[in-house]
Design a protein around this ligand. Structure first.
Ligand code: SAM
Length: 281
């Protein structure tokens, strides 16, 4: 008899993943953490009943939240990741040899410890990279107090429920803006606009007040159910205007082989469907 994991993040709409082998199901200090094997997506990590990432499709999300801002910036040396406990975001950032230092602020040590052991295919050694500085703390508290400055800030958080809620506030975004270098870029995990349009509209309302260049770009991640997801984008610098030719040169120089990101996909991701454009403040 097949056992199903049912994600009920959204009203009236759920997604199911067969639990072909349960690997872990327990509470950390902050969240309920489950990991199981699924025949299509491989290992699946869920927190509080919501899919966080899978071995099978995490490449789309992690490549688009790292290579887009880093290659658009062109000279990112210091990167901040808020959340990202599974290590996938750090993995992709650290593939850029030009990146000298990554600070990762994760609220839940249990997610990191567990992911290191049971989801090594996500971090692929990122936690042992000497450039990585792992901080176990609330990302909102860190952002409020940090005097460091970052060229790229990536908010790889859960959805705005539970501990992730504070990472979707104007206060947090204001502190993030202050922590950016002059042409620095802030990108945020902003859910699936077809089902979470409010969330995106709220973030972009805050970004419009903070940044000269604000908006979002999109990609479809199969296990973030409900259609293409949005990544919030905010910067005072010229990064959005980088040409596809310049991106091709930077991508080639980086010497990174990807499974989703290409310079053409990078530029195309900022072209928004009408129903998402209508969410822009
Ligand atoms: N890709 C996923 C998504 O789009 O929903 C996010 C994956 S990652 C596992 C999300 C991480 O955010 C988790 O490890 C969670 O513990 C962390 N997190 C949630 N709230 C946080 C906070 N306030 N400060 C720092 N990390 C937080």
């Amino acid at each position: 008899m097949t056992v199903w994991f049912r994600e009920t993040l959204h009203p009236h709409y759920a997604q199911g993943l067969s639990v072909d082998a349960l690997i872990y199901d327990s509470k950390t200090e902050h969240q309920r953490l489950q990991v199981f094997e699924n025949g299509t997506f491989g290992r699946v990590l869920t927190l509080d009943g919501v899919v966080q990432t899978t071995a099978g499709d995490n490449f789309i999300y992690h490549e688009m939240m790292t290579h887009v801002p880093i290659l658009a910036h062109g000279a990112a040396r210091r990167v901040l990741i808020i959340g990202g406990g599974d290590g996938g975001m750090a993995r992709e950032v650290l593939r850029h040899k030009s990146v000298e230092h990554v600070t990762m602020v994760e609220i839940d040590a249990g997610v990191v410890e567990f992911s290191r052991e049971y989801l090594p295919m996500l971090s692929q050694g990122a936690f042992d990279d000497p450039r990585l500085n792992l901080v176990i703390a609330d990302g909102a508290d860190f952002m409020r107090g940090t005097t460091d400055r970052f060229d790229v800030i990536i908010v790889d958080s859960t959805d705005p429920i539970g501990p992730g809620e504070v990472l979707f506030t104007d206060t947090f975004y204001g502190h993030a803006k202050r922590a950016l270098t002059e042409d620095g870029i802030l990108v945020t995990q902003n859910g699936v606009p077809f089902l979470q349009g409010e969330e995106l509209a709220n973030t972009l309302r805050a970004f419009k007040a903070l940044f000269a260049d604000w908006g979002c770009y999109m990609a479809t991640v199969p296990t973030y159910a409900g259609g293409p997801m949005a990544f919030g984008w905010g910067t005072d610098g010229p990064a959005r205007a980088v040409t596809v030719e310049e991106l091709q040169a930077r991508f080639a120089a980086a010497g990174i082989v990807t499974d989703y990101y290409t310079p053409g996909v990078h530029k195309g991701a900022f072209a928004l469907p009408a129903y998402v454009e209508r969410l822009l403040p």
